[in-house]
Design a protein around this ligand. Structure first.
Ligand code: CUK
Ligand code: CUA
Length: 624
């Protein structure tokens, strides 16, 4: 197999003839996988020979009336939403709108949620890739979920008491936040990677001068959601994860060439993974070693920076084969796993050696050859890593310590390969981002489903496949296909005992907007404005009708005074673009202008009782 020079710049490695063929087939697909946009082409050169499950009998059935064991939180990609899916059943439990608007809940239509979207930039979509659960002591604490917006440089927070988005930060100076994670073990920060290089500030100056573009790494406070500081680096940042001790954040990165086109971005054989020394960065900020841009302290972490010349650089640059994709840190925090993407290897970085090493090459603890197109790695907590292979369309299971012992480029650490259908991106096992993963199930998030489902037109679903892994001693077994609407990237699983979702709102958690039946009525608040207050219960609104004047700005407040779980009422007003849900003990407000005289039947959109259809009110708009 020395008959080629497709070593992709990795010394000591070469690809065999079969690899060459498949690499040729997949070139188009790999060309567009960087940054996870617009995956095209196949890459499944061996599609006809994909095997079917062996059938050792692992069951993912959850009987009617029974609950799943785990919550799965799926990113929704450019749909802007998150999805909550039960594991192992793969049943979709709910959706959480984040960067999108949502007709079912009224998110983006009620005053509070509209303001949330408007104040974070006013965009009607976002592209969320990486959901992360808040941690205490390296374990999920069930408080919050944080997720990036790759499209508009934002980070959002979802409150897991109510499963709703409660904050979105439009991070200054950054255009695309791709990588996103929390700083383990106690969620000191939410960290984000700016993927697109732009001038700093991006105000038109230097727009045509790529030499003055820059990528930033950001720390956001998890409580206030305010941007704390940023670090500027060479090359494009991609994905990020942290060690378990609160010191290191490791980012994959590409385009050390700092080019603006694909040829330039992939010219050199090497790129640099960045290791951010968080306490050293905090020290630099405290010492005033920064420039302030749009109100944010920006610390210089480029290679020439004086902050990187001393014995404690704030950012260490670690050479890897060019254009790696993801970085994930293993459960015990010893190694960061950098998937090679264009290189068929995973580079293991020894986090314990990072502090004292002067030669960045010394921190490479292992580099197994796992297969073609490695993108993401996950863990079972029993010494195994599972890496997705985008080109080979496989999940490869390998032994972590064996990879440390083995020579660079060795295939010896590989235990097993499982075909997936087709072209996996992220791969995620139960609680794999904690210090104590649970094993048992793994999901491969495949970008293409090809012929796995009934045809539904040209935009086909992705295919999230459930794979049984047990505690790592058994063979992997493909158990279920699960179609996914475009386009999940990653997911995270928490045991159900770690999430404490309330079934009824606690009005003390919200501002003083609660309305009682006695409060129902119309109050004129100005020449052209009224405040309408109205309760909802089975099966009536607090007002059978109310009257406003043409041109009035109407603020409509509704409290669902039901105390019983699952009794939701909806408030829909025809021809006014208004429809929102009010859950038990919740209050929601909308503000709109009553432009057209007439009568408008307000009706309840949630089927709440046998008299649901009769649950009606009338808005009468009198001509001016
Ligand atoms: S990324 Cu999409 S498959 Cu945005 Cu985590 Cu790798
Ligand atoms: Cu209330 Cu239907």
């Amino acid at each position: 197999t020395e008959d080629n020079d497709l070593s992709l710049g990795l010394p000591g490695l070469s690809l065999g003839r079969r690899d060459f063929m498949k690499a040729g087939v997949a070139a188009g697909a790999m060309g567009s996988v960087a940054g996870c946009s617009a995956l095209t082409g196949g890459g499944d050169g061996s599609a006809g020979s994909q095997s079917t499950p062996s059938g050792s009998g692992a069951s993912h059935t959850v009987e009617p009336g029974e609950h799943d064991e785990y919550y799965g939180f799926w990113s929704g990609g450019h749909s802007g939403e998150l999805r909550v899916i039960g594991i192992p059943s793969m049943r979709e439990l709910t959706r959480i709108p984040v960067f999108n608007t949502d007709c079912a809940s009224g998110y983006g239509f009620t005053d509070d949620t509209k303001e949330l979207l408007e104040e974070s930039g006013g965009y009607s979509w976002g592209d969320n890739h990486h959901p992360n659960l808040s941690e205490t002591d390296g374990d999920y604490d069930g408080e919050y979920l944080y997720v990036n917006d790759k499209a508009n440089g934002r980070i959002a927070r979802v409150n897991l008491t109510y499963f709703e988005t409660d904050a979105i930060t439009d991070v200054p100076n950054m255009q695309a936040i791709h990588g996103c994670c929390v700083l383990s073990p106690d969620t000191k920060y939410v960290l984000g990677n700016g993927e697109f290089r732009v001038p700093l500030p991006n105000d038109g100056t230097d727009a045509k001068n790529p030499d003055n573009y820059t990528s930033l790494f950001v720390a956001v406070d998890p409580e206030s959601m305010e941007t704390q500081w940023q670090v500027k680096v060479d090359g494009n940042l991609d994905i990020v994860d942290t060690g378990k001790e609160g010191r290191w954040a490791i980012s994959s990165a590409y385009n050390s060439e700092e080019a603006t086109d694909i040829q330039g971005m992939t010219k050199d054989d090497r790129d640099n993974v960045k290791a951010f020394d968080i306490p050293a960065i905090e020290q630099a900020v405290e010492n005033g070693n920064y420039e302030e841009v749009n109100g944010i302290p920006v610390v210089d972490g480029t290679q020439e920076s004086s902050l990187n010349q001393g014995d404690r650089p704030i950012v260490k640059y670690i050479p890897t084969p060019k254009s790696p994709h993801c970085v994930e840190v293993g459960p015990n925090g010893d190694y960061a796993f950098v998937a090679g993407k264009l290189s068929p290897t995973v580079t293991m970085i020894d986090l314990n050696a990072l502090a004292d090493s002067s030669d960045p090459e010394d921190v490479v603890a292992g580099r197994p050859r796992v297969g073609l197109g490695p993108l993401h790695t996950t863990f079972d907590g029993n010494g195994h890593a599972y890496t997705s292979l985008f080109i080979d369309s496989q999940a490869v299971k390998w032994d972590i310590e064996a990879a440390v012992e083995a020579e660079e480029g060795s295939e010896d650490p590989i235990i097993e390969k499982q075909d997936v259908h087709y072209n996996p991106g992220h791969i995620q096992a139960l609680e794999a981002m904690t210090t104590d993963p649970d094993g048992e199930w793994l999901v491969s998030l495949n970008k293409l489903s090809k012929d796995r489902f009934l045809p539904v037109g040209p935009i086909m679903p992705d295919n999230d496949q459930l794979i049984h892994i047990g505690q790592g001693e058994e063979e992997m077994e493909l158990v279920a296909d699960h179609p996914a609407y475009p386009e999940p990237h990653d997911c995270v699983f928490a045991h159900k005992d770690k999430i404490d979702a309330k079934k009824v709102y606690d009005k003390d958690d919200y501002e003083e907007t609660y309305i009682t039946e006695e409060d129902s009525g119309v109050e004129r608040t100005g020449d052209n404005s009224v405040h309408v207050k109205m309760t909802t219960k089975r099966s009536e609104f607090g007002l059978p009708d109310f009257t406003v004047q043409e041109g009035d700005e109407v603020k409509l407040s509704t409290t669902n005074i039901e105390g019983v779980q699952d009794i939701i009422h909806g408030v829909a007003i025809p021809e006014h673009d208004i429809n929102y849900a009010v859950a038990p003990q919740d209050t929601r407000e909308v503000t709109f202008t009553a432009d057209d005289p007439g009568v408008y039947w307000i009706y309840c959109t949630y089927f709440c009782s046998a008299l649901h259809l009769e649950m009606r009110s009338r808005m009468i708009v009198e001509p001016a």
